[in-house]
Design a protein around this ligand. Structure first.
Ligand code: SAM
Length: 288
């Protein structure tokens, strides 16, 4: 396991992922009943952007750095507010960022005291750091096992409401296949839950094949979102990122249709920047 998220924390892919995560958490809070969030590949939860690793790549500068330096139109500011409030809360001064919150921290900061969080991280050292971060938080359970095993072990949540975030490192072949299996397992155990899957777009053909395989699961209500900061390249720094969202809140599609053109404009690095929001499967699956 070589992947370390510290090299990528706060990049454009994190911006999209964490903004969507924040919107889903906010939607879950609209009902009083408690919910549970499961983060299968959680990382360390909080990233020091002054660290040698983060400085080496500086990826956050073209991600959250650009977003904080910009003044978005009011309708976009409203959509980004839950996410940016969390980022700002981690940093002493507005618009100067030294710490970046990972998915567990974004979720926990927005959740209510009665909601539960399960975070899992397989890398031994990172898992220890994650555990330390949540040591005083009785509502957060930290696991240090394989994420795919964790997914099956903790679903369904006893609250019967909530969200699963699947954010694997894509460092070994077969990750797209494991995601399709994971989606199927999550849906079997927790059909009403929201599931957010993150993926990189490097090889566009592999991504199209993955989306076809996901659609073939015949699970209703899967929304697909992709953001490219330049024409996709398979080599070098990431040029595109995607989220597959099962059972998105009914308000999410419209928000993404407002947010994505803005993110594309502000985060564009070169020719070919674009985004798309589309349903992979609809409300109902009809068998032919
Ligand atoms: N979700 C985090 C966030 O948004 O802040 C970032 C997670 S990072 C993309 C993927 C993480 O998965 C890494 O921290 C890596 O150590 C961990 N990992 C790698 N293989 C794993 C496995 N089999 N099970 C669980 N975690 C794993």
């Amino acid at each position: 396991m070589n992947y370390r998220h510290i090299y990528h924390a706060g990049n454009f892919a994190d911006v999209l992922k964490h903004a969507v995560l924040a919107l889903v958490v906010e939607h879950l809070k609209l009902k009083e009943q408690p919910f549970r969030i499961v983060d299968t590949h959680a990382g360390i939860g909080l990233y020091d952007l002054a660290s040698e690793e983060a400085q080496k790549t500086g990826e956050w500068r073209d991600g959250i750095g650009r977003i904080l330096a910009d003044t978005p139109p009011a309708e976009v500011a409203e959509i980004l507010a839950p996410y940016l409030d969390v980022v700002r809360a981690e940093n002493e001064r507005r618009n100067e960022i030294v710490r970046y919150p990972g998915s567990p921290r974004v979720a926990r900061r927005l959740m209510r005291p009665g909601d539960a969080l399960v975070v899992n991280e397989a890398h031994t050292e990172d898992a220890a750091r994650l555990k330390a971060l949540f040591a005083k938080d009785a509502a957060t359970k930290t696991l240090a096992i394989d994420g795919w095993t964790a997914l099956k072990a903790v679903l369904p949540p006893k609250e019967r409401r909530g969200l699963v975030l699947i954010d694997p490192p894509f460092e070994e072949p077969g990750e797209f296949r494991r995601i399709v299996e994971g989606l199927s397992a999550a849906h079997r155990r927790f059909a009403t839950g929201t599931v957010i899957v993150w993926y990189p777009v490097k090889d566009t053909r592999a991504v199209r094949a993955f989306l076809r395989d996901a659609a073939a699961l015949a699970i209703p209500k899967m929304l697909s979102v992709e953001l490219f900061v330049r024409t996709p390249f398979s080599e070098g720094e990431l040029s595109g990122t995607g989220l597959l969202i099962l059972n998105p809140p009914f308000t999410l599609e419209a928000k993404l249709r407002t947010l994505l053109p803005y993110l594309t404009r502000v985060l564009a690095r070169a020719k070919g920047a674009e985004s798309r929001v589309e349903w992979l499967t609809g409300e109902r699956i009809t068998s032919s």
